[in-house]
Design a protein around this ligand. Sequence first.
Ligand SMILES: [Mn+2]
Length: 308
Amino acid sequence: MIVITAGNKYIDIDAYASGIAYAKLLNALGQEAIFASSATTNSSVCSIITDLGFEVVANYQPKKDDKFVLVDLSNPDFFDKIVNKNNIIEIIDHHTGFEKYWADKNIDNNIEFIGSVATLIYEKFCEHKKINLLDSNLCKLLIAAILDNTLNLHSDITTQRDIDAYNTLQKIGNLTNNFDREYFECCQNQINANVLKSIKDDIKIEFVSDKLPKIFGQLTVYNIEPILEKQRDIENLFSSMESEWLLNLICIKDGKSYILSSDILSQNKLSKLFNNTFENNILTLPKFKLRKEIMKMARSESKLENNK
Ligand SMILES: [Mn+2]
């Protein structure tokens, strides 16, 4: 059995959609595969998505000869607990930093700095001439992942390949921009109903560089106002973790990132990294940036300094 899976704590729509779609493709190619995850889904997997009725195996008991495929993740410290690291056959990701690690292990890896893993999965359907398998529901699933991970196709990491995948999926799935709007509205409603939980469901704790706090939350919303109403509660949530932190609040409507932190040491690091100042604990980036972009930026800043 090929077990496709992702992170151990939470997964987003990109991991969810990619895992489900890739399992369908492998099965159609005669390889028995499932998507299994013991993680919680975050607010990007809203009810429009779960209502599509796709199967995710939640309590999978791994067997001895299972083979594992990881999607939307390549840092081995964060793999789902069901993964046997000796039986990994493929890594498909768009977070950078571990390309060489997997190449050295001689494991098939498709790690590219592209808008979404869902785009890479769509391209696999094309390569294997299995586009006919992409029914309207699968198109919705993959489109939602592309929209979320590319910030409505406007983030700097969006490539022409993401745009081509989006356009083709919209056409073959017989969808319009109405679906895009419904998807973002659905996520926003789910977030508004429980802001703190939505934030908790997407916090990464990872040392990347001394330029960046270790605790790094991220939340993508269409409209930032309902979130900022809860600013003090959010600050209390992070302060209780007793470490340096930031929260990247991405607002699709404004096209901006609002970097929130009430921790002074963190603010100092972030002011330097972004060459910008905090006002009322918020540093505003004129163009939104994703966490993976900020991590990449902090990592290369440290490298530059080390090479001096
Ligand atoms: Mn992703």
